[in-house]
Design a protein around this ligand. Sequence first.
Ligand code: AHG
Ligand code: MN
Ligand code: MN
Length: 350
Amino acid sequence: MEKFSDFIEKQVTRDSSLNDLRGVINALICCISDIASETNFGAIGGVLGNTQTKNVQGEIQKKLDVKANEIFIKNLRAVDSIVAIVSEENEKPIYVNQNLNEGYVVFFDPLDGSSNIDVNGIVGSIFSIFKINKNCKDQLDLLNPGSTQIAAGYSTYGPSTMLVLTLSSEVNGFTYDKNSHNFMLTHPNLEIESDCSEYAINSSNYRFWEPPIQKYIKECNEGLQGSREKNFNMRWCGSMVADIHRILMRGGIFIYPKDNKLPQRAGRLRLMYEANPMALIVERAGGKASTGREPILEVKPNNFHQRAAVIMGAADEVEKIVTYYEKFDSGELEFDSPLFRERSLFVERK
Ligand code: AHG
Ligand code: MN
Ligand code: MN
């Protein structure tokens, strides 16, 4: 089994542009092992529960959200090649070496799935790396579409600590060996199959979804007897890292769509810290990632904390949902008709 340091060495030999990135990646590895150690101690470490503070999103911060954020900031601040770091938990970017002519910008969700902390469920960290090659005059220079990310990854703090990373074209999974403090390449070249029979969505929002998503899930739930003519399984961890990880391990589709619970919001998840990095990973593993109306990686960001609808995973299933959105938006199918709901007159047959 290859050690992470040997893996990186090989990657740099193949692509010398990755050489500069090493400092950033090594710092991220330190963040992950530090946060893994905090989460492992759980109640003993006094890290469970809420703080008294709200983050920029107006959400009450968990103690571990704050701790994980501090760990990211401390480790990334020490890297010479970083221009700025941008955290889900901070209102504004933190400049590290603002005067560099060329350098990296790292966006991160220090702790994803925070509602799982207190129930000892799986949580993780997500990061997204961009390179900017001009002197950054304005904060907005830091905001670029996901298609320009050069690398992305996430960790899971679950039964084992894992890192999933995409540096060039591949997606690779590493497992943390607590004894030797090494990440080992345990899951090389991860790929997502184009079809699947498992979906992940928070079904309690059914009544708030747009008709294309209602139609898709309804058809999945009709199983063998419905138009899909097969049974679907459902899984939902309440933590995007855990749900996307499962999809990389055994396939499936993850959906957090736009809904009319809060109609002014484009979605629940955050574009820069969650949707973009996961979209890059999923697409490089052969899957697809869309908002339903455009590829996630093409969304032009105009705000550090903007939200996005997320539909990602098995390529054929994502494409199916995109087709439903096209038909819905063009009025081609009467999705919202009571006839569709009651008697499935408009369910497409194979
Ligand atoms: P975070 O903990 O960083 O705020 O993100 C939680 C996200 C994501 O991990 C998960 O898929 C989603 O929120 C679950 O949200 P709901 O439980 O509100 O549906
Ligand atoms: Mn998150
Ligand atoms: Mn978070």
